[in-house]
Design a protein around this ligand. Structure first.
Ligand code: FAD
Length: 625
């Protein structure tokens, strides 16, 4: 992490200097976010970190979540937490899902047998683990990021959204009215340039748009409980999918802290207007059901920390915004929905919280870029197109997973099918399979062969490197902060040591001097404020000369024009951990990888693909005034 750029400041470097919009609670704002769940908080944290915008976030609850709800954190979400700077705390507190076991009824006898035991996440899928941590803790971390960011953003609790209207000609075209639950009879009205509904499965924002969640009419009822129990079940500290002969199924998830365990118990489907409350589910009933499924193992529940019976249908909206016409050309989007507000699914694949956070990580930088006048408003239409397709795919996956989970396999082949499905879709549940189609922000795969392991449209796949200036080993992803910046990573050709006239230096000359350069056209006082250029060389770090590197890779920044020394990297020197080999980078030609602010690979180009690079950014950014 870098700090002290604009002068030495004592104290916690995570607390940024406040900006002009410090928690101003204005009646007119750039962005109003409805809902303090994972989707709303990810968006609020990202906008707060980027700074320079007025943002408010509202929730009808009286304060932050304390217990319960989702807990599975996919590797991809951990990569995102790394970008927000709190991944190390999650790693320390969380349960790590390293292996998963499958339990089935014993053939021709009472009881259960372990049918299989597998590695949970395949090697090198991500440099971050798959972990389990209470959703409430994730909320805490986001709230801290918001509070420490330049905007010092804090939520407005006790605000229940009751109406949302859009009036085209106004500077702040969307008006939100809230009931003040802490002052009965009073309302608060806020006008916003953009409103994002992160208000959960019964979203008022979705209703105001007239969008419907489409999908299964029946909703699955789930019993969930976090318990402290004494048991002789041997895999109590491993994630297990357990199918009994006739008592039902459990998904068992060990929790953080070493003792507590979560049980997901599938109950019956709800039909029509039936609600979970109509089924009289109780903690005692869930504990009894768990004992019956696990028998003959004992399961003596000592304390129920949290339990819930919650209903989930597999449903998705057709659009995630209020735009009309192709690409929003008739009415550009002003109101968006994200997370459970626009897609719901079962907890079996552990995706609810992860996909909700990924929605708004996709949207946040786009809103910031348009609000700051950098990108054209057309950029905002890519949110719905990218995330709706992802949600639809998730629903299809979840339906298959749910069917396999509930079905009773009759033969060993059928039994093996579930394990296989689970294993082969590990990449999917890890969140790293999301692929966005070509668009204004995802290039065509013409030069994909130059970086085969950095697939265009997928998230940038990190690997270890050494930072040249201070010989620090790190993951390249550590430089992908959640700060709304684009990144250009130049992977140098084998004979390129950064000297003038070679590929990386020619690219840097273009970027810093040519009038067509996106860095020059869209940069500000600091050359890396909008587009951050970095380079990775193939030589061992001790053989390269830092002083001979192109000035763009050692930019002068801040009020003292200090040099930034953290943009140049080399291979690790360990052949098994060589980023060029691990990610299929062409050693002879090198490659230029363009990374979006949400970490997705936007393009792969040759190092001399300068026209194509300029055209790509001209398609996104406004022409400079
Ligand atoms: P939410 O987390 O639902 O957040 C929406 C927020 O909007 C809430 O804070 C709500 O108070 C607020 N809100 C709603 N309406 C208004 C309004 N009109 N005005 C102002 N604020 C409003 N997933 C799992 O994987 N495993 C689980 O065990 C699990 N258990 C769950 C138990 C419950 C009771 C619930 C509700 C969900 C559970 N989920 C579980 C689902 C998981 O929590 C969600 O997928 C995830 O939280 C979605 O995040 P979100 O931000 O989209 O919505």
């Amino acid at each position: 992490m870098q700090y002290h750029l604009d002068g030495f400041r004592p104290g916690d470097p995570c607390v940024a200097q406040a900006d002009a919009h410090t928690d101003e609670k204005a009646a007119q704002v750039d962005v109003a976010i409805i809902g303090c769940g994972p989707a709303g908080l990810t968006l609020a944290a990202q906008l707060a970190v980027i700074g320079g915008m007025s943002v408010r976030i509202f929730d009808r609850k009286s304060g932050p979540l304390e217990v319960g709800q989702a807990d599975g954190i996919a590797c991809r979400s951990m990569e995102m937490f790394e970008a927000f700077g709190f991944v190390d705390r999650v790693r320390r507190e969380a349960y790590w899902v390293n292996e998963t076991t499958f339990w089935r009824p014993k053939a021709g006898a009472e009881g259960l047998r372990r049918a299989d035991r597998i590695q949970d996440v395949e090697d090198d899928l991500s440099h971050q683990p798959h972990v389990i941590l209470n959703q409430a803790r994730i909320h805490d971390f986001y709230l801290e990021v918001m509070q420490n960011a330049p905007a010092r953003l804090t939520p407005d609790y006790n605000r229940d959204l009751t109406s949302l209207t859009r009036e085209e000609a106004a500077e702040y075209p969307v008006t939100a009215v809230f009931d003040c639950l802490d002052a009965p009879g009073q309302t608060e009205t806020v006008q916003a340039k953009y409103v994002v509904g992160c208000d959960g499965a019964r979203s008022a924002v979705r209703r105001s748009l007239g969008h419907a969640l489409k999908g299964d009419a029946a909703r699955q009822l789930w019993g969930v409980m976090d318990v402290l129990a004494v048991t002789d079940f041997p895999d109590i500290r491993l994630k297990c999918a357990i199918q009994s002969a006739s008592a039902g199924s459990i998904l068992l998830i060990p929790r953080e802290g070493g003792y507590i365990v979560r049980l997901y118990i599938e109950l019956d489907a709800l039909h029509g207007d039936e609600r979970a409350a109509d089924r009289n589910v109780s903690a005692q009933m869930l504990a009894q059901k768990a004992q019956a499924i696990l028998a003959p193992y004992s399961f003596d529940v000592k304390e129920v920390a949290w339990w819930s019976a919650y209903e989930i249908g597999q449903r998705v909206c057709d659009r995630f915004d209020d735009a009309t016409g192709p690409d929003g050309t008739d009415q550009p989007p002003r109101i968006f929905i994200a997370g459970d507000a626009c897609h719901t699914h079962s907890p079996k694949a552990g995706q609810g919280m992860n996909v909700s956070m990924a929605d708004t990580f996709n949207l946040g930088w786009k809103l910031a870029s348009v609000l700051k006048g950098q990108a054209r408003p057309a950029l905002l239409s890519t949110y719905s197109s990218e995330r709706q397709a992802k949600a639809q795919e998730l629903i299809d996956f979840d339906r298959d997973m749910a069917r396999l989970f509930s079905e009773k396999p009759k033969t060993p082949a059928e039994e093996a099918q579930f394990q296989r499905y689970f294993q082969t879709h590990g990449r999917y549940t890890a969140g790293v399979e999301t692929t966005y189609a070509p668009s204004q922000i995802v290039g065509e795969a013409t030069h994909q062969h130059l970086a085969r392991g950095q697939r265009i449209g997928k998230r940038f796949h990190s690997a270890p490197v050494i930072r040249l200036a201070d010989a620090k080993p790190l993951q390249l992803a550590e430089c992908l902060e959640a700060d709304g910046r684009w990144r250009l990573i130049a992977f140098a050709a084998a004979d390129d040591d950064g000297a003038p006239g070679r590929g990386v230096a020619r690219l840097c000359d273009f970027l810093s001097q040519d009038p067509r350069s996106p860095v020059r056209r869209h940069g500000t006082a600091d050359a890396d404020r909008v587009i951050d250029t970095r380079a990775v060389f193939q030589q061992p770090h001790r053989t390269l000369d830092l002083a001979a590197m192109p000035p763009l890779l050692l930019p002068r920044k801040g009020r003292f024009h200090l040099r930034d020394y953290e943009k140049i990297f080399t291979v690790t020197g360990d052949d098994a951990q060589d980023i060029f080999d691990m990610r299929g980078i062409d050693r002879r030609e090198g490659a230029l990888v363009v990374i979006r602010p949400d970490h997705f690979v936007a393009h792969v180009l040759p190092l001399d693909g300068l026209d194509a690079l300029a055209r790509f950014f001209d398609g996104i950014f406004r022409a400079p005034a």
